[in-house]
Design a protein around this ligand. Structure first.
Ligand code: 13P
Ligand code: SF4
Length: 320
């Protein structure tokens, strides 16, 4: 009897509606969803707030939600937990790390800073809670220059872990800084050659670059700034074509904000998809839904470590 027993093929399992489930859980838990610009666009679209590292830590510092769901990487969710010890802080995938944080292990960093006891230690927020606890002040790509300019001229500075951001801030401020030699695996893949080739192909385009790029790439940039800075520049500037040298997730908000403008993502060397951060992209809608449903995985921090890491973050927020 054809049709009496529908085959599996004729009744495909419908895809779970993760967006609806996430919205329901968000209401039930009184949660806020914070997302970085490098998240998949479908995650950005359901977040309560999308921003750069500084904006996200400012949001985390002032939220009155009971639960913070952090769609970003581990150091960002840790920062939210350091600021909110009493709140549940969720991260959809605990393996979402960062090459800058991973390249700066606490024992080596402690030894490094002990060699320069008279230096003030400014650490980029892309580092572990342990490194934050060993630092005097935290900074992000959007406030690093402002913070360095507030340090007395006679005070030597040790800057970690991003050597490219450090070198860029040195150049901008004229301050000599001792740099930890870390770098971001995504921004390292942009090369001077690929930017020059894109410039030849799109002669009217402006080049916007993140300061985690190498000096050779930054040399060709018309604007250098954080992800939020890059977005803001593209919105304000009269140009209609932009080459964007940072993680390609930012293009989603750029295109939303300026639908009539053209944005060209700078490619990784050899045309690979290395302009996508493999850590950021571990977060998916499915993992986000399950994280909220089971309240796991969640950030846990030892209280002495949290307290030690809090002060340098609070200094940053006060100096921003
Ligand atoms: P911003 O969010 O400060 O632009 O930094 C980018 C980044 O690499 C975050 O990991
Ligand atoms: Fe870290 Fe680079 Fe990924 Fe940002 S883009 S999280 S700096 S690895």
């Amino acid at each position: 009897m054809p049709g009496a027993f529908p085959s599996k093929e004729s009744t495909p399992t419908p895809l779970p509606d993760y967006e609806a489930g996430i919205a329901r859980l968000k209401r039930e838990m009184n949660a806020v969803i914070l997302a970085h610009y490098y998240q998949d666009s479908e995650i950005q679209d359901l977040a309560d707030f999308v921003g750069d590292s500084l904006q996200l830590s400012q949001q985390a510092a002032k939220t009155d939600a009971d639960v913070i769901v952090f769609c970003g990487v581990l150091f960002m969710a840790e920062t939210a937990k350091i600021l909110n010890p009493g709140k549940l802080v969720l991260l959809p995938d605990m393996k979402a790390g960062c090459s800058l944080a991973d390249g700066c292990p606490a024992p080596l960093f402690r030894a490094f800073r002990e060699r320069y006891p008279d230096h003030i230690v400014i650490s980029y927020i892309n580092c572990s809670a342990e490194i934050k606890a060993l630092s005097d002040i935290i900074c992000t790509s959007s406030n690093a220059e402002k913070i360095v300019r507030q340090i007395p001229a006679d005070k030597p500075i040790l800057f970690a872990p991003d050597r490219h951001l450090g070198a860029y801030i040195q150049k901008k401020t004229g301050r000599q800084m001792r740099l930890w030699q870390g770098s971001c695996l995504v921004h390292e893949t942009f090369t001077e050659r690929s930017i020059i080739e894109l410039r030849q192909k799109y002669p009217r385009a402006m080049v916007l670059a993140h300061p985690e790029c190498s000096e050779a790439v930054l040399r060709h940039a018309d604007y250098i700034g954080s992800t939020a800075g890059i977005l803001h520049f593209a919105e304000q500037n009269a140009a209609t074509e932009f080459i964007v040298a940072t993680e390609a997730g930012i293009l989603h908000q750029m295109q939303k904000a300026c639908p009539a403008k053209t944005f060209i993502a700078a490619p990784g060397e050899g045309g690979c998809a290395c302009n996508l951060c493999p850590h950021m992209r571990l977060n998916t809608l499915e993992k986000l839904y399950h994280d909220m449903k089971t309240r796991q995985p969640a950030i846990e921090l030892d209280e002495p470590l949290r307290q030690a890491a809090l002060q340098p973050i609070q200094r940053m927020l006060a100096m921003s």
